[in-house]
Design a binder for this molecule. Structure first.
Ligand SMILES: Cc1cc2nc3c(=O)[nH]c(=O)nc-3n(C[C@H](O)[C@H](O)[C@H](O)COP(=O)(O)OP(=O)(O)OC[C@H]3O[C@@H](n4cnc5c(N)ncnc54)[C@H](O)[C@@H]3O)c2cc1C
Length: 339
């Protein structure tokens, strides 16, 4: 089977072709998506992935997945092949006893409100995280001492190698700090089953209000992708003490001053990069690399990206991203060298 627009016609729904991607990432950066798919039901998502699975296995095409794009930097050159955007998989229903079936594209704010209205706790952390349930299950998103691992019981995953969808228990997802074993290149989360705790929701409501107020004063309003780096542990490589990447960078004077092209370190949070003036993906990656190298030079600590980078990378972007992922301070050009 070939991956051509005419072969897509065999499906019950169609992709949007050459669709600009910037509005599907909170960085508001990104070129066109060759084929952008917006399934509206689990059946449509399974139909699409069943069609793509053999093409992906034979290397004839590529697939990227986007929830709300709130942790994802998209290449300015765009995304070749297929992009599955989950945000129209937006149903959730109560299963009783604090359990909910939540499709991958449901926004976390919607989950937080629905859970609260139904009289349950443990959704408080979701209120200010601008992502989807699927993205949160993959990233183990968390805040205020809560995280997604605490509520997920099982996930409904399409396995691109096996070519089918099945439930996977949370105990098989190896959840850790901002980590799950879900590999978005091979496994697509279509829905989750989550359990919340019955309790005093007036307390939850107050917690959510505090959470929103905190974010308003500590998070930038300009387009951004949340925390750029994961918090490191000390001593270097795997110690027990978790340090704040933002504090380390703030102490180096990054906040509101470091800048590459249209990308700047936020004046409110030194672990956030804001797109203030038509930043490109290269601007963001170059600034990230400067931040990473500066932390190494000052503290001999490696910090690794929490943000993900997808799409058609230029050679310079590939080098930067490779160095960022390796955390190797000497792999790529330094901040003051040309790319
Ligand atoms: C202002 C701001 C504040 C933030 N605050 C927090 C915070 O407090 N805590 C926190 O943890 N994060 C925070 N984030 C980061 C981000 O919101 C979370 O990581 C969120 O879980 C990402 O969800 P998403 O749907 O936007 O994922 P995306 O960015 O769309 O995707 C993230 C990764 O998951 C993959 N993916 C997405 N959906 C699926 C799926 N259904 N199946 C398989 N793979 C998938 C993507 O391919 C990508 O690799 C913040 C971001 C912003 C912009």
């Amino acid at each position: 089977m070939l991956d051509t627009p005419s072969s897509h016609a065999s499906l019950s729904f169609s992709p949007e072709v050459d669709k600009p991607s910037a509005s599907y990432s909170t960085y508001r950066i990104g070129g066109n998506m060759e084929f952008a798919w917006f399934p509206t039901t689990l059946d449509e998502a399974v139909e699409l992935l069943t069609y793509l699975s053999p093409l992906l296995k034979s290397g004839e095409t590529t697939l990227n997945v986007l929830g709300w794009g709130s942790n994802t930097l998209i290449a300015s050159a765009g995304i070749a092949g297929h992009t599955l955007i989950t945000r129209k998989l937006a149903d959730m229903k109560a299963l009783g006893d604090g359990r909910f079936l939540i499709e991958a594209g449901v926004h976390l704010a919607k989950v937080a409100h629905a859970v609260l209205e139904a009289g349950f706790q443990w959704g408080e952390y979701m209120i200010g995280i601008p992502g989807t349930m699927g993205g949160a299950a993959v990233m183990n998103a968390g805040a205020m001492g809560q995280d997604t691992a605490k509520i997920v019981e099982r996930v409904f995953v399409f396995d691109l190698h096996k070519g089918n969808a099945d439930w996977v228990e949370a105990s098989d997802l190896a959840y850790d700090y901002r980590y799950s074993a879900v590999d978005s290149q091979k496994q697509i989360v279509l829905a989750t089953e989550c359990r919340f705790q019955a309790g005093d929701v007036s307390e939850s409501k107050a917690l959510m209000e505090r959470n929103i107020a905190f974010r308003k004063s500590h998070h930038p309003i300009e387009p951004n992708g949340g925390s750029v780096f994961r918090n490191p542990t000390a001593p270097p490589q795997g110690g027990d003490v978790v340090l704040s990447a933002g504090k380390l960078l703030e102490d180096l004077g990054a906040k509101g001053t470091w800048k590459v092209g249209g990308a700047e370190v936020s004046a409110l949070h030194a672990n956030f990069i804001v797109n203030t003036n038509h930043a490109s993906s290269t601007d963001v990656l170059t600034l990230m690399r400067q931040m990473q190298v500066a932390v190494w030079d000052a503290y001999k600590l490696r910090i690794y990206p929490e943000n993900r980078f997808i799409g058609l990378a230029t050679e310079a972007e590939k080098t930067l991203w490779h160095a960022l992922k390796e955390g190797d301070p000497h792999h790529a050009p330094r901040s003051n060298e040309s790319l």
